[in-house]
Design a protein around this ligand. Sequence first.
Ligand SMILES: [Fe+2]
Length: 194
Amino acid sequence: MKILPISKEKAIELLKSYNQEQSDMNHYLESAAVMKQIAKEIGEDEEYYEMLGLLHDVDWSLTKNDSKNHLTLAPEILRKNGFDEEFINIIVSHGYGYDCAGLKDKKREKKIEFILAASETITGLIHAYALMRGKKISDMEVSGLKKKFKDKAFAAGCNREIISEIEKAGISLDNFFRIAIEGIKNIKEQVGLE
Ligand SMILES: [Fe+2]
């Protein structure tokens, strides 16, 4: 198991210190929950994966008014909190392909990079679908989520190609949908879902 420099509680405190919108906080907590659930299912380090999900957008609230700067501040913030370069590189890789921090032409290569990018992206789809269902996630089914995935007009900002990168990590889309729903279900009260 990898040693993390700060606890989950401390990481949440760090995020809250940047004056977060509730919707952004929900996104971090959901990303963490999905990552943790995947780690559990594939036998990886649950706390490490959870921390990656939690902190992947650590500089978002500081850069959201100028999205090209997203992920420019994250490395320094993470370094200051004791995270190593390996952790930081994985975090930054979720911005590959986006027009931010000079990352547009970079391509993800590692399994954990595909998993983080897909996980943080699917949270948007699941949260939007849960809201459409009156905030209910407890009885959400894979088949329903799959329909929303195929309906490109639904939660249109949610990048289906990035979600599909999960297959490059050797996890099928169906299995990923099941795991992601399960993960968010575990923390539903914390993110305003039922
Ligand atoms: Fe994110």
